[in-house]
Every structure is written in structure tokens, then in C-alpha cells.
Design a protein around this ligand. Structure first.
Ligand SMILES: Cc1ncc(COP(=O)(O)O)c(C=O)c1O
Length: 373
């Protein structure tokens, strides 16, 4: 069977350490342990947590917090090693090799990669840039068939930052319900909105919804590698069996950090911190795009710490991203999301750092534009 490598992660892992500026992570500037644990008594308590395996499905306390984040019950929650493990084991549980799945694209490439590597037949449905990255309902209607086992969507969307309209969400739910397919929703970026309310979870919209979440984005704690699955009991059990093979249990120290991150007032501090980065960063990215004299365009991201910027040059995105990398800045070529002539650029970093990195990107793109005239 052909193996699809995870090009996005390989690109980052190959070049991140040697880049002067990284605008490649989809999350904002990570928080520090001291942003979560600052009280000496609490720190002492953490130092005394025994480092056994802990609860294999995650501690009751953490599962309760996660359940509240989705309006679910703790028995629906399985804690995993990042959203990455969660996505992998959910897809394994919902669709067999040779089965059929529909994936909304662009989306997080792990999802399509896992399905391809499992020998699942995948049809895609586009988010249309010209319509603000909203769903092509026509394509959805054509793609979902009687034997479709899963419809998979990244929401809020990485790389575009789009949030689906209520109309599109209803269309997804009814398409899934029509054939009894699972609706697999990667909600890892929920809580990273620049303004307004937290994007509604799709949990509870239909009896075959499964949601994936993570501490990596809204809580800005990617290094603790804590994610989760929220699934109805029977599926949760199937997913948990795969979790035993994949990782056995989430790390106990990481669990202790996540429990604290979900507790008032740390929770509000972390969520507000992320929103601040996203708000300031997305405004700066918009100003930069507007100043490009038609070289760049972008549908403003509603959520996530990055923007999916279109450049109006003929070169492919791998070539452009490589030229930018040689100028010291790492961004993600749109090709890694299956969308050419785009770059995913992280804006949720310190403003001066962002400004310097964007200036370098402008110099590279400006040079290429002069050559093409
Ligand atoms: C949409 C999406 N899903 C899943 C993941 C993986 O998350 P984690 O860091 O929790 O493994 C990411 C990471 O960038 C992501 O952007």
C-alpha cells in the first residue's frame, strides 16, 4: 500500500530549528508552565504527584473539565496524547480499510493522510475561497453515498481559519444522517476566535457526532501533548481499545497541568492570552496583506492563529515557501493542504517578531514580482 507522509510536519521538523523566524505553527506563541502553575503550594503538590501510569482514559477531573467544554458528559470523554492521537484512533474506529469517507478540504492533512494510509476510499468536498471558505453543498450532496462511513471536517478550519455557517453545519449533519455516517469533527482550534463567542461545538447535533479537541491551541499548551475524543459510549469504547495499543495513557504530569489549565482563573488567563495574540496578529496580517499592492489577498480568518494568504504570482507554493525559508522565515506552503498559490502564515506571535518576519517575506515576494514583470 502507498504511504502518504505527513508533509506538513516533515517540512516543519526539517526546517524549524534552522529558521530565524518560524511562522509555521498553527497555534499562537506557546504558554509557559509558569502561566499555569504559579502558586508555590500548588507547585509542591505537582512535584509530589507519583509518576505512575494514571487513569488510562484520563483522570476523572480532566474528563469532567473537557466534558463541560463540549456540553458532554465525562463518560463520553477519552483523554489522548494530543489531538493527533485522537484523530488517528477515531478514524481507525469509524472506517474500515476499503470503506468510503468524505473529507472537507482544505483541512488538517493528518485526517486525509490517516485515511489514505488505511486504504480508505476518500472523496473530497471543497470549502470555496470565493465564498469566504464556505462549504460546497453541491459537492457534499454528490460525494456522500449510501456506503459513506464518515464525513470528516476541521472546524474551526486549519488552514483557512474559517468557521462554517449554521446553514453549512445543518447540511453536514443532514448529509451524515441521510446515510448514517459518522460526522468526525476536528475541533482542535475551537476557542481561538479573534472576537466574539467560542465556535459552537458540533457535539450533540446528531447521535453520530464525534469531536476531537486539544490543549494545543486555545490553551496554548502544545508541549503537554494532551488531547481528547468526545464520542457516544459505544464508539468511545472502540476508540479507547485503539488508545490502549497506541499510547496506553496520557502522561500523568501533563494531566496535572491540563487539570490546572482548565481551572479558574488560569483557564480565563490562558484563553484571553490566546485571543489577544490572535486579535493583534490577525489585524497585523490584514494590514500587511492590504499594503501588498495587489500581490496578496486573504479571506480574514475568524479563528486560529494563522491566515491562509493567496499570493498572485505564477510560482508554486513549494518554490515560494522555499525561497522564503532561505530568507530565514518558515511558513507552510499551501501545497501541503492541497491548495496551490497560498501560504499558511502564523500571526499569533509577538508583534515585533511578526513584523520582522513579514518584512522578510515581503522582500522575497517583491523580488519575485519584479522578476516576473
Ligand atoms: C486541526 C488540527 N488538528 C489536530 C492537530 C494536532 O493537535 P495536537 O497538537 O493536539 O496533537 C493540529 C495541530 O496543529 C491541528 O491544527
Amino acid at each position: 500500500m502507498n504511504f502518504s507522509p505527513f508533509d506538513l510536519v516533515e517540512w516543519q521538523s526539517r526546517h524549524e530549528a534552522s529558521s530565524t523566524y518560524s511562522l509555521a505553527d498553527s497555534g499562537c506563541q506557546p504558554a509557559r508552565l509558569s502561566d499555569v502553575v504559579s502558586d508555590p503550594a500548588d507547585l509542591e503538590e505537582m512535584l509530589n504527584v507519583d509518576q505512575g501510569y494514571g487513569d488510562l482514559a484520563g483522570s476523572d477531573l480532566l474528563r469532567g473539565h473537557i466534558a463541560a467544554w463540549h456540553g458532554a458528559s465525562a463518560t463520553d470523554v477519552l483523554v489522548t496524547v494530543g489531538g493527533t492521537e485522537a484523530n488517528a484512533i477515531v478514524l481507525e474506529a469509524v472506517v474500515e480499510p476499503g470503506g468510503h469517507a468524505v473529507v472537507v478540504m482544505p483541512g488538517y492533512p493528518q485526517l486525509t493522510g490517516c485515511l489514505n494510509n488505511r486504504g480508505v476510499r476518500v472523496d473530497t468536498v471543497a470549502l470555496e475561497e470565493a465564498r469566504g471558505w464556505q462549504l460546497s453543498i453541491d459537492q457534499l450532496m454528490r460525494a456522500v453515498r449510501a456506503d459513506t462511513r464518515a464525513i470528516v471536517v476541521t472546524h474551526p478550519n486549519n488552514p483557512t481559519g474559517a468557521v462554517l455557517s449554521e446553514h453549512d453545519i445543518c447540511a453536514l449533519v443532514s448529509a451524515a444522517a441521510r446515510v448514517g455516517a459518522w460526522l468526525v469533527v476536528d475541533e482542535v482550534h475551537r476557542g481561538t476566535e479573534a472576537a466574539g463567542a467560542v465556535t459552537s461545538t458540533l457535539w450533540g447535533r446528531y447521535d453520530r457526532v464525534v469531536c476531537v479537541g486539544s490543549m494545543s491551541k486555545a490553551f496554548a499548551l502544545p508541549g503537554i501533548r494532551i488531547g481528547w475524543v468526545v464520542a457516544p459510549a459505544a464508539l468511545r469504547e472502540q476508540v479507547e481499545r485503539r488508545h490502549h495499543y497506541a499510547t496506553i495513557a496520557p502522561a500523568k504530569f501533563a494531566t496535572a497541568i491540563a487539570e490546572r489549565a482548565f481551572t479558574t482563573p488560569v483557564r480565563e488567563r490562558l484563553l484571553n492570552r490566546t485571543r489577544r495574540f490572535v486579535r493583534v496578529g490577525s489585524d497585523a496580517l490584514r494590514v500587511w496583506v492590504d499594503a501588498s499592492d495587489g500581490l496578496l489577498s486573504m479571506v480574514d480568518p475568524v479563528a486560529t492563529a494563522s491566515g491562509f494568504v493567496r499570493y498572485h504570482l505564477s510560482e508554486g507554493s513549494l518554490e515560494i515557501a522555499d525561497a522564503i525559508r532561505r530568507a530565514g522565515v518558515l511558513v507552510i506552503p499551501g501545497a501541503h493542504f492541497g491548495v496551490e498559490h497560498h501560504l499558511r502564515i502564523t500571526h499569533g506571535v509577538e508583534p515585533e517578531y511578526l513584523a520582522e518576519a513579514l518584512q522578510r517575506i515581503s522582500a522575497v515576494l517583491g523580488g519575485l514580482r519584479r522578476c516576473s514583470r
